[in-house]
Design a binder for this molecule. Sequence first.
Ligand SMILES: *Cc1c(COP(=O)(O)O)cnc(C)c1O
Length: 374
Amino acid sequence: MVIPLSKPDISTLEKKYVLEALDSGQLSFGPKLKRFEESFCRRFNVLYALAMNSGTSALHIAVKTLGLSAGDEIITTPFSFIASSNCFVYEGVRPSFVDIDPRTLNMDVSQIEQAITSKTKAILVVHLFGQPCDMDPILSVAKKHNLFVIEDACEAIGSKWKGKSVGTLGDVGVFAFYPNKQLTTGEGGMLITNNWRVYELASSLRNQGRGLNSGWLNHEVIGYNYRMSDLQAAVGLAQMERLTEMLKKREDVAGHYLELIGQYGLPISTPFIHPHCTMSWFVFIVILPKGADRKKIMDFLMQKGIQTRPYFPAIHLQQSYINRFAFCKGDFPITEEMAERTLAIPFYNQLSATEQKYVVEQLAFALVREDNNG
Ligand SMILES: *Cc1c(COP(=O)(O)O)cnc(C)c1O
């Protein structure tokens, strides 16, 4: 028996809605999609929400709707999931990475302004692991230099910055629904905005370039098939109705881990949480001591039936980015150090207190072994 890194939380409500979707006869652009999108408008108090087939697709569309293209630059973080950069590299836009704050693991806002050039068009913020970025300085630098703000809130549905929901603070916000996210549709994503122009173009781009009011076979722009099916939307609608309850479960599990780590006095740290933030917990990350052999710790835990994963490798040191942009080791030292030391441990709604105790105890053993060997 292995305790997995993550596990979706599916109830009878998701199953009921999927059966309704199947019975409706409308498996694409049916009633569930409409209700799923409306549930986002209501919960986040935004005018427009567009579901897509992945978070990456929604990010790609966000970049396109803002008119970014080859030769432009985007300021963003190299410590994230690869999709937050790939989404604009698809369009020939260059990443202008700034290093992270070692405490929050989010973009170091004090370095943004010096990274701006005449080619900079936007800042793409990632609310990593559910922790909101420090939005005040980001929004004011963006305003001063006339830059768009795209929020990658794929790991942060329900997180709040000073009481305001992330995803609603910039020009466009994106959520993702892969099975390890707080809310899942199997695969899927959502773009939210208050900007009619963004909404109109995004609706067209996700649906083969069809205009909002043009016929089914009239294609006004070169678009994509980034649509979400009604079966996926049915799962998502049920998950939205359960979101508050699910986020509370995650908060309890995270709180219990923090307690256990304190009790055992483990020589690890966990990301600092800003007092202005409400966290929506995506994963549970521990930061291992400097110089610890992470691979050995992971192997030990795997032998004990505990799945873990390094979260995340630095984007600029991925082979694809080295090949394309000639980044090298040392470019973003804090990101590189954290990428070596962070480890995600099992984290999901149904994780029991007994399992959590077992995980933390085994992690303690792994760290002691590490200490004796090193
Ligand atoms: C999950 C995620 C995405 C989107 O992922 P998809 O698998 O395409 O839905 C984008 N950015 C970040 C930071 C993510 O964690």
